[in-house]
Design a protein around this ligand. Structure first.
Ligand code: GDP
Ligand code: MG
Length: 321
């Protein structure tokens, strides 16, 4: 993924690196000066080629191809950067690497066939054409560098694991529930659309490893309050195969009426057409038990029942496939 991509050099950095490596080349002593100059030129061209092409080829190899990206990451990449532009830039990098190889082959052959002063002229001509190919690539390298830096920060969701996404109004106990149900300290990821970090927790459940995702600022308020970026974040979440756990807080501590919570519930059901589990939180301080599944993250009451229920619906979805 994007965290395995090396730093993307700028055009100038590639040129500098290749030229500086080439300038250090010393060829073994030859009695003929001409032969020596020729060998040096050939060596320099092939060094420039190999330094440059190995960097470009590594980029092509390490940037995930858009076809292989999971739909969740594809959606994020497309919303942030535009996938077509991404594809075009990657293919330009690839083409440039091929062009540099061809150019180097042609100039090495030329250097072998000419004499005297013209060998140095050939070298200069090669430098010029080489640099112009790399400079043309500048906007693409800059763009890919931005993609890498931004996308690197979204790695913690593992879209292939069974996933439970926690929703509910603010303060209904979402973070507390994740903390009480998952074994690892939640991984924190900066989600590119919101100022708040998302939290991902993991645990074993039956035969599976599962992840639970808490998305502050995205699934905790009505659409009218969501800005454009948060709507985009929501769209990316549609691509994650998962089950929603919607928390209802009917305790005296809740700042929201049942109607307000039901309205958000309906809205999220419309936006994220996934199975949903209704769960009542904070039963240790709630006067009435209203939902079938009710728990307290503080006392742990009801948590095993929710886990059992999660496992049972996971088994079902698994058997259907
Ligand atoms: N008594 C009680 N308080 C809880 C429970 N779960 C969460 N809280 C408290 O409710 C407040 C909001 O919880 P939090 O998990 O941050 O809610 P979030 O905004 O939905 O993530 C915090 O003060 C928690 O300590 C619970 O089961 N029982
Ligand atoms: Mg929270």
């Amino acid at each position: 993924m994007f965290n395995k991509i090396p730093t993307v050099l700028t055009s100038q950095e590639i040129i500098d690196k290749a030229f500086s490596r080439a300038s250090k080349i010393e060829v073994p002593y030859e009695s003929s000066l001409e032969r020596r100059v020729r060998n040096e030129v050939i060596n320099r061209i092939s060094t420039i080629e190999s330094i440059t092409c190995s960097h470009l080829d590594k980029l092509v190899k390490r940037f995930p191809s858009s076809e292989k990206l999971h739909p969740f990451f594809y959606a994020i990449l497309d919303l942030l950067f535009n996938v077509d532009k991404y594809k075009i830039s990657l293919s330009r990098v690839n083409t440039s690497s091929i062009k540099i190889r061809e150019l180097s082959t042609v100039y090495i052959r030329r250097a072998k066939g000419i004499q005297g002063q013209r060998i140095n002229e050939t070298m200069r001509a090669y430098y010029g054409r080489y640099a112009s190919i790399i400079k043309d690539l500048s906007p693409d390298l800059k763009f890919l560098s931005e993609c890498r830096d931004r996308m690197k920060k979204v790695p913690v969701i593992e879209p292939d694991l069974p996933t439970f996404i926690i929703a509910g109004m603010p303060n209904t106990g979402k973070s507390s529930l994740i903390a009480s149900m998952t074994t690892s300290k939640p991984r924190v990821a900066s989600y590119p659309f919101t100022t708040q970090d998302i939290h991902v927790g993991f645990r074993e459940l039956g035969y599976f490893k599962i992840q639970m995702i808490d998305t502050p600022g995205i699934l905790d308020r009505p659409a009218v309050e969501r800005n454009e970026m948060e709507v985009k974040a929501m769209l990316a979440l549609q691509k994650i195969d998962g089950v929603i756990i919607f928390l209802f807080d009917y305790s005296d501590a809740s700042g929201y009426t049942k109607e307000q919570q039901e309205a958000l519930y309906e809205e999220i059901r419309g936006l994220l057409p996934k199975p949903v589990i209704r769960v009542q939180s904070k039963i240790d301080i709630s006067p009435a038990r209203i939902e079938d599944i009710a728990l307290s993250s503080v006392t742990g009451d009801g948590v095993p029942e929710l886990l059992k229920y999660m496992e049972s619906i996971m088994g079902k979805t698994h058997a259907e496939h």
